[in-house]
Design a protein around this ligand. Sequence first.
Ligand code: SAH
Ligand code: SF4
Ligand code: F3S
Length: 458
Amino acid sequence: MTGSAAAAMLAASSSESPPPVSRYFVKSFGCQMNVYDSERMGDVLAADGHAPADSAADADIVVLNTCHIREKAAEKLYSDIGRLRKPRADGSRPVIVAAGCVAQAEGAEIGRRAPAVDVIVGPLAYHRLPALLRAAQGARAMDTDMPASPKFDHLPARRHQGASAFLTVQEGCDKFCTFCVVPYTRGGEASRPAAALIAEAEALVAAGAVEITLIGQNVNAYAGGMSLAQLIERLAALPGLHRIRYTTSHPRDMGDDLIAAHAAIPKLMPYLHLPVQSGSSRILKAMNRAHTRQSYLATLDRLRAVRADIALSGDFIVGFPGETEADFADTLSIVAEVGYAQAYSFKYSRRPGTPADTMADQVPEAVKEERLARLQAAITAGALAFNLASVGRRTQILLERPGRKPGQLIGKTPWLQSAVVEVPGARIGDLITVDIVAGHENSVEAVPVSPVQERAAA
Ligand code: SAH
Ligand code: SF4
Ligand code: F3S
């Protein structure tokens, strides 16, 4: 389909008529892709003459950028709509936009279940938000088209401020893991041209970014005229850019050149999020992961051979259909064997339309709960061990936000640990040299080395 006229479907009139619009608020659920998209929807609305609001309560337009990955994530949309549709003290309510992966997956159902929603827009169509908002005056507008011409060609310049920025380089997934909705909500794998990415990165650096995280559902499948490793090499040449990260990678696409980049490019941070999902090759096969326990571990060996200090992170699903206690024991053992610096773990959630939803041997909820608790204990123990092992390291941290106590700041180490530090005179966005002096489950403590104190005091 082409053009917003063909794509925008006008549905039944919503009963309450929304107020004239001026201030927007975008609320983000889900993964980094949505964080990027939320920021870009803000850019689109700003370019259309709207101004940002501090909270949903102050906004005339509220965009809910939703996630469909697990049932609980998807249900958040409906509880938020329930709150937003209640009239405010002056009788008004905001224009409600349902965006993101729930909008893509069940747009028509949103219209039925939540008549207060004014605009439904998918993650590949939000560059058309201004037209949809105009079409929504008195009627619902919906656009869940997956246009051939990518949204990136139609987005305005970035307004991003701040030391750290996300940059979407690739979107979509062709892998079709049997549990996952992403290939349906984000479409097939598509890479942005390298030239556009280099230009966007230059603009981010000019606006103060010292760290860029390249993001994609399968970021290491990037193929925008060059490989991800080549793109990283190009970006590493930008003066002013000090740190490069990328996420999320698929084990199948960890090419030799990307592994070599971890040895050759100092600005590429020694951290890799490489989800394995399960330690059991039998379950990995049922998940259609296209890797085994052994091939995954072999990939990590190749990485560690060139970059011994690399910190690893992963995602795990417990209670996939057919998972036995022995399969789960394999997951616990891979956690111990890899020594993850951190990891995310989830109970398998049945997603309508995915192959695993109709598999036999669904695991009872109580078993999932119990396995999740054991896995999380193992992951936490691993994170503590990693943080304790880093005590004594001298390294740089990028200051990101104020800490809990007055005078405290929180920065990120190259290994993505949160480091709590007190540096009088330092500002958010500064890169400072510290010694790590203590390790906890979720953070480390650091002290600045003396030259920084002198500089900060000067
Ligand atoms: N593209 C990335 C991550 C996609 S979603 C990858 O392949 O690794 C992020 C994580 O959510 C996944 O790694 C997986 O652990 C989890 N996840 C996806 N679908 C799920 C489901 N149906 N139930 C529970 N967890 C799920
Ligand atoms: Fe989902 Fe698998 Fe694609 Fe990751 S690789 S987005 S888990 S289908
Ligand atoms: Fe969720 Fe969509 Fe990301 S389903 S995890 S927001 S790609």
